[in-house]
Ligand binder design. Sequence first.
Ligand code: ADP
Ligand code: SF4
Length: 695
Amino acid sequence: MPKDTLSKRDPRYDVLFEPVRIGPVTAKNRFYQVPHCNGGGYRDPSAVAEMRRIKSEGGWGVIFTEQVEMHYTSEITPFIELRLWEDKDIPALARMADAMKSNGALAGIELAYSGVNGSNFYTREVPRAPMNSPIRTFTKDPVCARAMDKQDIRDLRKWHRNACLRARKAGYDIIELYGAHGFGVIQHFLSPLTNQRDDEYGGSLENRARLFRELISECKDAVGDTVAISVRLSLNELGGLGNPQVRDVIEMHSDLPDLWDLGHGTWEECSGTSRFTEEGAQEPLVGGIRDLTDKPVVGVGRFTSPDSMVSQIRRGVLDFIGCARPSIADPFIPRKIDEGRVEDIRECIGCNICVTGDMTMSISRCTQNPTFMEEWRKGWHPEKMNEKGESGTVLVIGAGPAGLEAARAAATRGYDVALAEAGTELGGRVRLESLLPGLATWGRVRDYRVHQISQMANVEIYYDSRLTAQDVLDFGFENVAIATGSTWRRDGVARHKLLPISIDGAMPIFTPDDLMAGRLPEGRHVVLYDDDHYYMGGVLAELLVQKGARVTLVTPSNLVSEWTINTLEQHCIQAKLIELGVEIVTAHGLNEVGSVGVTLDCTFTGRTRDLACDAVVLVTTRLPNDGLWQELKARENEWPAAGIKRIERIGDANAPAPIAWAVYAGHRFARELDTELEEGALPFRREVTELTPVE
Ligand code: ADP
Ligand code: SF4
C-alpha cells in the first residue's frame, strides 16, 4: 500500500501494511484479529459488537467473532459464545459485522460445530461425533456423544451450507471453519484419536480428511464467489494429529481453503500465559508451512512488538500477524504502529485474566485495558477519555496499578494531578510481583503507565511521600484517590479458617510481603500454606526452592493454585512444582502452628496430622491498607473548608483483588470525576431479553 502522506510510521514496518488477498476478498493490511472469546457473546451482543468496532477504529485488517455455534445440535453451555442456529440470530451477528467493517476491516465469523466438545445441556440434543465417546469438556460432563452415521454426516454438510448462507446475509467477508484446540468437528474427524471409524470417513489420513474436504468445498460452492472460506487448525495434537500430519493435511489440500489459520495445540497451549510461554512460541510448529501452500497463513504468538511481527513476515513464517490477547490489551496496535507511536502500545502481559471472564461465564476484563468490554456498557473508549469536569485538581495517594491508572487517566482528561508515593519507586505490588519467578512481563502494567505519565505536563510525582490525613487536609486538592494497597494477613485467616489460628511465637512466620521485601526463611524445611488459591502460593513455592529451601505446599484445595484453572495454567503450575521437588499436600487446612511444626486438618474427615518444619509461609488473604481513608472519613466535616469535594479509596485499599481490578478501579475513579449517577440508575448499560408477546 502506498504510504499515507500523513503517516509517520517507520518504513521498516511498511510490510505490515501491505494488502493481502484472501480468496475473493482483500485485507487492507496484515493485522488479523483471530477469533477470541469475551464472556459476553449472545447475552451481550451490543457490548461485543462495540468492542469489535473499536478494533476496526484501531486499524485491524481482519476482525473475527468468537466461536459461533452453527447449529443447535452442538452447543457449549455453560460457556457464552455466539449462536447462528436460525434466521433470528442474524440481526445480532449483522450488527457485529457492520461494526467490524466500520473502518474498512474485513469481518470474519468462526463457525463451530463442537461435536464431542459440547454437552448440549441447553438444547438436550444428543451430541454427535465421529465415534461413540464420552464428552470431552473442561467439566467432564457425564454424557456421551453418539457416532454419526451417513445421514448425520449428510445433515452436518447441509447445516454448514445453511450457516454459510446466513453468515453471508449477516454481512461477513470471511467464514472460518473451526478445527482447532480440540473444539471443532473437523479436528475430531482428522485426528486418529477421536476418529476410529472404519468407513470412508476413517482410517487413512485421506479418509479422515474427507469431511474437511467436503465441508470446505461445499461452503465455497454456497458462498465462495463473494466470501472467503478459511479453516482454523491446531498445529500439534499430542498423541494424535501431530505436527507432521498437520503438514501432510495442508500439503494434500494446499489450495482448498482460502486461508490457513493455525493455532498451537490445545487452547491452553495456544493461549499460554507469559509465566510458561514465550512470545512467538508457535514458530517451530508453523515454520515452513507457507512453502506447502499458496494460500495465506495466519499464526499467533502474543505479538506486541512490530519488530517481531515484521520478522515473522520477512522470514516467510506468516502472511498475517494473528492476535487475540494483544488486540484486547491494545485494540489500537495497528494505528499506533502506522502513526509512529510504537512506544504508546499497551502491551499484553500474558496473565490470562481475559480468559477468566469466559471461564467464569461473567464478562471478560483485561489487566492492561480497563475499557475492554466496557466500550458499550459504559461508553469507555480505550484511547479517549470523557471531557474534563468543573473541578481542577486531583491528588492520588499510592503509585500501584490503581494509583498509576487513576493518575494517567485523570491527567488525560485534563486535570492537574499530583501523585504521592510513600516509597522511592513506582508500581506498588506490580513492581514487587514482577520480580518473582515467571512474572517479569507483568512489569508492563507499570511501564506503560509510567511512560504515559512521563509525557504529560500536568502530572507531578512526589516520591518518599507517605501522606497523613493532616497532609491531605492541608493540601486541599479537590479530588483525592486513596490507592494505598493491601497487606497479607499473618494470622491464618482466609477461607478455611475464619478465626485466627493459634501460632507459637517460636515458629518463624512469613507472608508474601516479607518474601517480596527480601525477608526469607532461614530454616531448611518450609511449609507454605496456600488458602489464596491464585498464583501467589505456587510462585512463592518456586522462589523458595530457588533459594535452596525444601518446600511442602499445603492447601485446602484439591489442586495447587486452583483458581488458575481459569487462566488455563493450573496444570503447568502443578507440573512445575512436582518437577521442582515441592511436596504437595492437598485437601488439608492449617489448624495450628507449633514451635517445631504445624498441625493440619483434612478437609474431608477433619482428622489432624502433624508436620515438622522450620518456618511457615502464610499465603492466605489480604487486608486493605485503609487507615488513611478511615482517618479522613472520621474528619469528613473538615473536607469542605479544606476545599475537598471528594475522597475515594480505590483498588486494593478498598478491597484486595487481582491487579486487573485495581487498574479498573483507578480508571473508573478518573472517568467518574465530577459526575453523579442518577438515583437508582445502574452504572452500566445492559441488554435484557425481549419477551415474546403472550399468545
Ligand atoms: P493497588 O493494587 O491498589 O494499586 P498497591 O499495593 O500496588 O495497591 O500500591 C499501593 C502503593 O501505595 C504502594 O506503592 C505504597 O507504597 C503506597 N502507599 C501506601 N500508603 C501510602 C501513603 N500513606 N502515602 C503515599 N503512598 C502510600
Ligand atoms: Fe493480555 Fe492479561 Fe489483558 Fe488478557 S488480560 S489481554 S493476557 S493483559
